[in-house]
Structures are given as C-alpha cells and as structure tokens.
Design a protein around this ligand. Structure first.
Ligand SMILES: Nc1nc2c(ncn2[C@@H]2O[C@H](COP(=O)(O)OP(=O)(O)OP(=O)(O)O)[C@@H](O)[C@H]2O)c(=O)[nH]1
Ligand SMILES: [Mg+2]
Length: 404
C-alpha cells in the first residue's frame, strides 16, 4: 500500500512573484548580511519565485512580535498590492506567532528562510529516502504552525510554501501528526539498517567523501573522478541523495567515493537532523575532499559553515583535502596566488580539467600510501608487542626461573 503523505512534493513549482525582505540589525556584520541576502535571491530563483522588489530594514533589533517594524510591514503590504504579490519571503527564522502576526498585517503569505529551503528540498527529493527525510523535517519545522496558522490564507493562495498540509490536515489533532513523525522515523530506520548492511560489505575499503557548500561542483567532481553520471545543475541543492561510486586510483588501488547534499548558512536544524543518516558517509570517511568555489567572493565564510556542519556531524577530525574548484573561472593570477597564500595546503582545480583530476587522484594516492604505512607500522608494533608478551610469559614459565 502506498503510504499516505501529509506533504505533496510532486506538484511542479509555479512561477510566483514575491517580495523579499531582510533586517540588518546593528549587531549583524553587513558583509554576512549581504551573503545571506544573495543566498536568499538564489534560493528564491531555485524555488521558482521571481522577486518583484527587495526591501531591507535597518533597526537596532528585531521587533519581538513581528520581526520587522510596523512601518516597514505597512510598506511591504502596499508593495504587495502594487506588484500583485501574494507572498513575502523574509530572511529570518520566524516563530509561528511572528508568521501569524505578519500575515495579518501584510494580508498575504509569509515564508521564512527555513521554509523556503524545505520547499526546495521537497521539490528536489527524488529517492524514497530523501522524500522521507524532507517530509520529516517539514513535519517537525511546520508542526507548531500546522495547528494554528494559515487557516485564513491556505485556501486563497498557492505556490511556494503551500507545499504543506491542506485544510484537512490542519484539523487533524496533534496525536495523528506525532504518529506520522514516528512512522517516518521508523521507515528511515529500516532504510538505515539496509545501509548498515551495505556498509559492512565496504569495511576495509578506502572511503573518500566529497563535502562542501551547495553548487560548488561536488557532483561534477564525482563524475570527473569516477566516470559517474550523477545530476549536475547550476542551482542550489541539486543533490539530496548520496551517490557512491568505485574508482581506481593509479598506484594505490580502488576507492569508494561519495557525493553528498550541499551545505548552506543557517540550514534548518531539523533538516540537518533528518539528513544525518544520509550524511553518515561523511562521519565514516577515511578522507574528506572539502570542495570550495574558487570563484566565490565568500569562500572564507563558506568554509566556516562547512567546518561548523562537519563538527556537528562529528567529522571535524577526519583527514581532509581542500579543493578550490572552478579555478578556470579565476583568470587573474593575483587572485589565484591570494587563494594559495590564504590556503597553502589547498589544490586549485577545475572539474573540467583532466590533468587536474589526475593531480587530485595522485594526492589521494599519497594519502592512501601514508595510511598503509601507518597501518603497517601499527601492525608491526602490535606483532612485536605480542611477541614480547609471549616471550615474557614463556620466560616466566622457564624451568631455571623457578630454580630458586
Ligand atoms: N566553470 C566551471 N563550472 C563548474 C565546475 N565544476 C562545476 N561547475 C558547474 O557548477 C554548477 C554546480 O555543479 P554541481 O556539480 O551540480 O555542484 P554541487 O556542489 O554538486 O551542487 P549541489 O548538489 O546543488 O549542492 C554546474 O553548473 C556545473 O556545471 C568547474 O570546475 N568549472
Ligand atoms: Mg550535487
């Protein structure tokens, strides 16, 4: 029997005109704010929304009940009428109460960053596991809102952010929703069990995992390094599933190489939690290939986010190799030099260059060989220790030891 779904993830996205709003508080670094807003623009485009106008408010702190100030919200309401928009997308993590209050003032739908990301994940989920993971994150994130909010708009507006439960589900009581969450958790556990079996068969193999910010070229590198044919697209969160391939490293042997879901600043916490199973390939890797976009002006901030997520996944101590991909887009030799000065251990590569891929493989081979040396030394030490202990035991058992 096909399981019932509370969230419809199969409807193609409509192109919707929206207002994008952000709040620059006095405590926020303007550069980080600019990164966040740029990412919001990319997220909107990926979700199928066209931004009719962007509104930025400067305030010392957010307003507790409505996040943005009353004057700005009134302005947004006007702009929405003017541009015939039904939705405002706000770069924030809003509480259910804030969403409700803002919706009343702007007389339209309110989407925050987490919900926008969840919506994109819902649209891009292809496999059963990814769908369950997204659905679980949606349930947990939207749960507090399901019971109270949206009743006044859910029937009037469609599009982005309405990939949630319909009117019927809003009437469904908490226990049913909790039951759904526990069912989804059970289904995930079953999938994880079968993955554990696959993992067992891979014990002893050298495991390399590609990690990094979204859209930096992880899947392109997997394809280039292993001859795989996974989806590559110039959009955020093209990959939601872990693709694993075997490939041969000249002079070192076979490796298992995996691609992963991309990271982003301020990923919804429930989403990271839901994807922990898929991200096991990160914590169990022998070597992480941390992929950066050499052409991005925000590389340093992106690396900080990647390090945070890796620490979150208990993968902070795994040996790593830093790859600045898309180096073909950096034509200025001074910029290339600056990248190397700031990251002396990094490799500057392009997934489009065969010689660069050969270089990456030779570096992987070096890591594998040093691993083997370490393993061989550890083996020798273990054997010697055993011999010595055996010899000591034997010695204590020798007849002349007991003579006196
Ligand atoms: N010029 C150039 N473009 C690249 C390179 N590597 C990847 N791209 C492009 O960058 C875009 C993103 O590539 P993907 O491989 O899908 O990136 P990803 O990191 O897997 O992205 P997500 O799965 O969405 O997180 C695509 O349009 C690629 O063609 C490169 O070395 N040079
Ligand atoms: Mg990808």
């Amino acid at each position: 029997m096909k399981p019932t779904r509370l969230f419809d993830t199969d409807v193609p996205p409509p192109t919707e005109r929206v207002i994008l709003a952000g709040l620059l508080t006095s405590g926020t670094d303007p550069e980080l704010f600019e990164i966040d807003m740029k990412e919001m623009r990319m997220l909107c485009a990926t979700a199928g929304a066209t931004i009719a106008q962007t509104v930025v408010q400067r305030r010392d702190a957010p307003v507790a009940s409505t996040y943005l100030g009353p004057g700005k919200l009134a302005e947004i309401c006007e702009l929405m009428k003017q541009h015939k928009c039904k939705t405002v997308i706000i770069d924030a993590q809003l509480s259910p109460g804030q969403v409700r209050n803002i919706e009343k003032i702007v007389e339209g739908k309110v989407i925050d960053r987490a919900q926008l990301i969840l919506d994109i994940f819902a649209k891009h989920a292809r496999t059963n596991e990814a769908r369950i993971q997204v659905e679980l994150a949606q349930m947990k994130t939207l749960y507090p809102r399901l019971t109270h909010a949206w009743t006044h708009f859910s029937q009037q507006v469609g599009g982005i952010g309405t990939k949630g439960p319909g009117e019927k589900q809003l009437e469904v009581d908490r226990r049913i929703i909790q039951k759904k969450i526990s069912d989804l958790n059970d289904r995930l556990k079953t999938i994880e069990k079968s993955r554990a079996t696959q993992r067992k068969s891979r014990v002893g193999e050298f495991k390399v995992t590609l990690v990094g910010y979204t859209n930096v070229g992880k899947s392109s590198l997997l394809n280039a390094l292993s001859g795989a044919d996974v989806l590559v697209q110039n959009r955020l969160f093209a990959t939601l599933d872990t693709a694993t391939r075997r490939t041969f490293i000249p002079g070192a042997g076979e490796i298992v190489i995996s691609d992963t879901v991309g990271f982003l600043r301020k990923l919804p916490p429930h989403l990271v939690a839901s994807f922990k199973g898929t991200l096991e390939v990160v914590s169990q890797a022998d070597l992480l290939l941390i992929v950066m976009d050499a052409a991005s002006p925000w590389a340093a901030q992106q690396l900080a986010t990647v390090n945070d997520v890796l620490a979150d996944l208990s993968a902070g101590a795994i040996p790593r190799m830093l790859l600045f991909n898309k180096i073909d887009l950096v034509t200025d030799p001074v910029e290339r030099k600056a990248l190397l000065v700031a990251n002396p251990d990094a490799l500057l590569v392009s997934a489009l260059s065969e010689s660069d891929m050969a270089l990456v493989k030779s570096r992987i081979a070096e890591v594998m060989q040093s691993y083997r040396k370490e393993a061989a030394i550890a083996d020798i030490i273990a054997k010697k220790t055993q011999e010595l202990t055996g010899w000591e035991e034997e010695k204590s058992g020798l007849p002349w030891d007991n003579k006196e």
